[in-house]
Write a protein that binds this ligand. Structure first.
Ligand SMILES: NC(=O)c1ccc[n+]([C@@H]2O[C@H](COP(=O)([O-])OP(=O)(O)OC[C@H]3O[C@@H](n4cnc5c(N)ncnc54)[C@H](OP(=O)(O)O)[C@@H]3O)[C@@H](O)[C@H]2O)c1
Length: 189
């Protein structure tokens, strides 16, 4: 298991001279939800899915929670085939040691165990796993792809006060009206 020494901006985890970068990525509606209360994500377009796939390619591993994994399986082959053909490792976090997942995914028992997957790790999950990573102070950067669509009521990506430890370093509006917000963890004095 990887031991964490300290958290600072940019290069959070120093162990054996390896610098780990853990990025949390979510697509949110303009009113701040990642899905409706019943788990519907129809506000996310195919173009936005393609953006997500590009972010995945830029990392050694992409990590999702067990519930996001199950939701993804319901999306259909168009999406699962693309996700599952990535060279990037795919990991599912579950506390259930007996949980059976498809070939092509690796089961991880905790957020911290995921640090062994590579130097650049992308987390893209719901509030349960996102909050686990954030509360264990394992996240360096948060990327929010905010779409110009309101869904009214739904699921937040994580507890709002988790952003207190982060600084907004970039806020770019794209031609389709979406905004890409990038937050970086504040330096520890
Ligand atoms: N818009 C977006 O960007 C986006 C991205 C991803 C997901 N989503 C949405 O988010 C929703 C799912 O989110 P969710 O919060 O309900 O679930 P989730 O984060 O996908 O998965 C939660 C599960 O992960 C495991 N887990 C979490 N923390 C753990 C820990 N510290 N140790 C061990 N296992 C841990 C547990 O699995 P076990 O119960 O098996 O132990 C837990 O039940 C779906 O509707 C999905 O579509 C949206």
């Amino acid at each position: 298991m990887v031991q964490i020494e300290s958290q600072t901006a940019n290069t959070s985890y120093k162990q054996d001279e390896i610098n780990y970068m853990v990025t949390l990525y979510n697509v949110v509606s303009s009113d701040g939800y990642i899905a409706t209360k019943d788990g519907n994500e129809d506000f996310i377009s195919d173009k936005t899915w393609d953006d997500f796939i590009r972010w995945c390619r830029n990392n050694d591993a992409v990590v999702i929670g067990r519930k996001t994994y199950e939701t993804l399986q319901e999306y259909g082959e168009k999406y699962t085939d693309e996700f599952e053909s990535l060279k990037t490792k795919r990991a599912v976090v579950t506390g259930n040691k007996e949980y059976k997942i498809k070939k092509g995914y690796v089961a991880m028992s905790s957020p911290q165990a995921c640090l062994a997957l590579g130097e650049n790790i992308l987390i893209s999950s719901g509030p349960i796993l996102n909050t686990s990573f954030l509360s264990e102070k394992l996240v360096d950067k948060i990327i929010i792809n905010a779409l110009p669509v309101k869904i009214g009521n739904g699921v937040r990506p994580f507890k709002k006060n988790e952003l207190d430890r982060f600084t907004l370093i970039s806020d770019k509006e794209k031609s389709d009206g979406s905004r890409l917000l990038i937050y970086q963890v504040k330096s520890v004095a």
